[in-house]
Design a binder for this molecule. Structure first.
Ligand code: SF4
Ligand code: ZN
Length: 343
């Protein structure tokens, strides 16, 4: 017998909500999903009327749903925001070039302005060239650090007040787990924040309107709305460490669906002893971006790439950093340590 929608009790249910277990028809699911995002935005006071907001758009399901829902809620609830799309071209042939075509179609569909910034123009390197030099280890470290700064630089060019990203509940729970596993207390404290103020010159405030949206529901929403998104994985993935955290979380979720929200909740309520040392934020002596070291991570990684010593910016700040920055020659043994292993 067909199941009735438990919300309107009129139409036939087409899905069981992963978050609540309710059987809903399409329209009631859309409404529930959208209004939950609206409540998240209101409760977190994520935007102010009149702000210009860049939606970080990759063409993937999360950012496509974010762009769709932001446009819709902005109209439905009169947020008074000026929205635009901001994309990063990492220079990954066969992946990003295709997904950027999706973003370009989204731009037409949602009638939003689009700005694309590329690693090639910002750093002089594409991810293809980086992987050629370093191999398939640590490539996501380069990519993640460069993307963060690229979004800020793009946002500065567009003169936006805020960037919103498509991070969903699963992403945040994974990050909490990863930071616990790495013992990275500073990141653990920051990673559950729904919005961050500008941390310094050149850093644009960010927020995550999909923070409490389950990935499974984002997929269902995109599917039933027939949104145009790109679903192929990056050819240089997986980021092995995140992949393990993801699998672990998915296993937990299959036994206990609330595991995702529970992990986020634990992260949000952690308090750190005063005696724990936190990095002191200053600014990079080369590019001015926030950094707790003399050079920011992006400049350090770039320095390593340009010198053919790509391990330079990987891991904890290296004791050779100062020597390199003050242009003292390295011994053969020191050079060898910073070269890529044979892949
Ligand atoms: Fe970049 Fe890694 Fe993501 Fe590919 S999987 S886009 S290399 S961070
Ligand atoms: Zn820098």
């Amino acid at each position: 017998m067909p199941v009735q929608c438990s919300s309107c009790t009129e139409k036939r249910a087409v899905l069981k909500r992963p978050k609540t277990g309710h059987s809903l028809c399409k329209e009631c699911f859309f409404w529930a999903f959208e209004e939950e995002v609206h409540r998240t935005i209101m409760a977190g006071e994520l935007f102010k009327p009149g702000e210009i907001v860049a939606i970080a758009a990759s063409g993937g399901k999360d950012s496509t749903v974010l762009a769709h829902v932001m446009k819709l809620l902005n109209q439905r609830h009169n947020y008074g925001l000026e929205l635009m799309l901001l994309s990063v071209d990492e220079g990954i042939t066969g992946y990003r070039d295709d997904s950027l075509e999706t973003v370009q179609r989204n731009q037409q569909q949602y009638e939003l302005p689009l700005k694309i910034v590329s690693y090639k123009e910002l750093y002089g390197w594409t991810m293809d060239a980086i992987v050629k030099q370093i191999g398939l280890k640590n490539n996501c470290t380069f990519c993640g650090v460069f993307r963060r700064q690229a979004l800020d630089r793009g946002a500065m060019l567009l003169k936006v007040n805020r960037i919103c990203t498509g991070h969903n509940a699963d992403d945040i729970a994974e990050t909490v787990l990863m930071n616990v596993l790495r013992g990275d207390i500073a990141r653990l404290c920051r990673c559950t924040a729904i919005s961050t103020a500008s941390e310094g010159e050149g850093v644009v405030p960010r927020c995550k309107p999909l923070k409490y949206a389950y990935e499974k529901e984002i997929v269902l929403y995109a599917y039933f709305k027939k949104l145009d998104y790109f679903s192929t994985e990056c050819i240089y993935s997986p980021n092995a460490y995140r992949g393990h955290a993801r699998t672990f979380l998915k296993d937990l979720e299959s036994i206990r669906p609330s595991a995702i929200i529970d992990v986020i909740h634990s992260g949000e309520n952690l308090s750190v002893r005063d005696s724990v040392k936190m990095p002191v934020q200053g600014s990079c002596s080369r590019c001015g971006y926030i950094s707790s070291q003399m050079l920011c991570k992006a400049c350090m990684l770039l320095e390593g790439l340009n010198r053919g010593l790509p391990k330079l910016g990987i891991g904890k700040p290296h004791r050779l950093h100062e020597k390199i920055l003050s242009k003292q020659p390295l011994t053969e043994e020191e050079e060898r340590k910073l070269k890529p292993a044979v892949f």
